[in-house]
Design a protein around this ligand. Structure first.
Ligand SMILES: [Zn+2]
Length: 133
């Protein structure tokens, strides 16, 4: 147990709860996906079934990624390396960590970073501004 544990105890419990809920949802999604067979003679029904299946696959895959992110996050909490912005070193808000367990930056720094790609995109083409970056 280390000195940082108390700071992230709240988020750790919430992440574990989130993990459990996502696992439950994926169990249900797996069931739906395995039972999904193209038996409907009605074309409209078939289309609806197909899109609902696609939606389930998308949601399932998103959940799998989220479960991985939460697993990484929970390990990082054990190592005291979780929830610290890699740019400014401040604590990232619990609300943000819960929404994006893999968040590396606080909301302020993320907003700054989000503005960067187009800047780099322009200058990265070698039009002479690159030296200023
Ligand atoms: Zn920051």
């Amino acid at each position: 147990m280390s000195s940082f544990c108390h700071i992230h105890r709240g988020i750790e419990i919430q992440l574990r709860e989130k993990f459990r809920k996502i696992e439950e949802e994926n169990d249900i999604l797996r069931e739906h996906l395995s039972q999904n067979r193209p038996l409907e003679p009605d074309l409209a029904d078939q289309a609806a079934t197909a899109s609902s299946r696609d939606w389930n696959v998308i949601r399932y895959n998103r959940n799998v990624k989220l479960l991985k992110d939460i697993t990484v996050a929970l390990k990082a909490i054990d190592n005291d390396s979780y929830g610290i912005c890699e740019m400014c070193g401040e604590h990232i808000a619990d609300r943000r960590l819960l929404a994006i367990p893999s968040a590396l930056f606080c909301i302020e720094c993320q907003e700054t970073i989000d503005k960067l790609p187009c800047e780099f995109g322009r200058t990265g083409l070698g039009n002479g501004i690159l030296a200023a970056v």
